[in-house]
Design a protein around this ligand. Structure first.
Ligand SMILES: [Zn+2]
Ligand SMILES: [Zn+2]
Length: 273
C-alpha cells in the first residue's frame, strides 16, 4: 500500500547528450524529494543524425554502468538506485538493439521512438512533407514495426509523444483518428509481454495530459496490459518526480490499481490502494 509514487523510472544525467546534470546531484535531489528509488535511463540511440558533426546519444555503456554501480553502493540505505537505458527503437537497428547489454547489467530498458524511419519529428522539416495526419500515422506504423523486430526492451516510452512536436501540439489532436493503429500497437505490446510508461514530461511542455493520454492508458489496461512504469523524463534535477502527486489518481481513474518498477529486467508490482 502506498499513498504517493516515490519512485521515478525515467531520469537522464550527463551521460545523455542532452543533459549536463551530474549523477550524484540527481541522487541527492531525489533523496531530498523523499523518493525511495530512482532509475537512471540515459539515452542510447543508434543511427541518430550527427549534430554539428557530433555523434549524438551514443551511451558510453561501461563508464555509465561503473559510475552508477559505485553510486548505488555509496547511497545504499538512503535510496535504491537502478540502472536503466532509454533505447531509441528503430527496426533497421534491431540487431544491435537486441544484442545490447549482453552481460545483463541493466535493471530496465525503455524502448522509445525518437526517430521515425530515421527522421526526427522534433524538427519542423518532418512535418513539411506530408499532412499532419499522415505524419502522425507513420509514427505509429513505425512503432508497430519496432515492436515486431526489437525485443530487447521492457516498456514503450512516451507512447504518443509525437503530439509534443506536432504543429499545433495536442490542440488539433484526437487520438481516435489513429485508434485503429494505436489498438494494434497496444495489442502487439501486450502479446510480446511489454509494458508502457506514463511519462509526465509532456506536462511541462504544455500538454494537457501525460504521455500517453488517459484513454490510451485505459485501453492498454482494458486489453489486458498490466505493466505500467512512471517516469518524469527529467533532464535537470527540478523535474525529478514532476507531477507525480497527480499520477495516483490518473492511474486509478483508468481503473489501474498498481504500477511497476523493474529490477534486473523483472517487473515488480506496487499496489496503489
Ligand atoms: Zn525519450
Ligand atoms: Zn527520456
Amino acid at each position: 500500500m502506498t499513498d504517493n509514487i516515490l519512485t521515478d523510472s525515467h531520469i537522464h544525467s550527463c551521460f545523455s547528450s542532452d543533459s549536463d546534470t551530474p549523477c550524484e546531484q540527481i541522487i541527492q535531489t531525489a533523496i531530498k524529494k523523499g523518493m525511495n528509488s530512482i532509475c537512471f535511463t540515459d539515452h542510447n540511440d543508434y543511427g541518430y543524425p550527427l549534430e554539428n558533426g557530433n555523434l549524438m546519444f551514443a551511451l558510453d555503456f561501461s563508464s555509465y554502468v561503473d559510475t552508477l554501480s559505485a553510486l548505488k553502493e555509496r547511497y545504499k540505505g538512503q535510496i535504491t538506485i537502478r540502472i536503466g537505458v532509454e533505447q531509441g527503437l528503430q527496426s533497421s537497428y534491431s540487431q544491435q538493439i537486441n544484442a545490447y547489454d549482453a552481460k545483463k547489467q541493466l535493471d530496465f530498458i525503455i524502448g522509445s521512438s525518437h526517430l521515425v524511419y530515421g527522421e526526427d519529428p522534433y524538427y519542423k522539416e518532418y512535418w513539411e512533407k506530408y499532412s499532419v495526419e499522415e505524419s502522425i500515422r507513420t509514427y505509429y506504423e513505425s512503432m508497430l514495426d519496432n515492436i515486431q523486430t526489437c525485443t530487447n526492451f521492457d516498456v514503450y516510452g512516451h507512447l504518443d509523444y509525437i503530439v509534443r512536436y506536432a504543429p499545433n501540439q495536442d490542440r488539433d489532436y484526437n487520438w481516435h483518428t489513429y485508434e485503429d493503429i494505436i489498438d494494434e500497437v497496444l495489442r502487439a505490446l501486450i502479446a510480446h509481454g511489454k509494458g508502457i510508461e506514463i511519462n509526465t514530461a509532456g506536462l511541462k511542455y504544455g500538454l494537457k495530459e501525460p504521455n500517453p493520454c488517459h484513454d490510451i492508458l485505459e485501453k492498454y489496461h482494458s486489453l489486458g496490459g498490466e505493466i505500467i512504469t512512471i517516469g518524469s523524463d527529467a533532464h535537470t534535477t527540478e523535474y525529478i518526480g514532476y507531477k507525480f502527486e497527480q499520477m495516483k489518481d490518473y492511474l486509478l481513474s483508468a481503473g489501474i490499481t498498481h504500477y511497476t518498477v523493474f529490477e534486473q529486467r523483472q517487473p515488480h508490482f506496487i499496489c496503489l490502494q
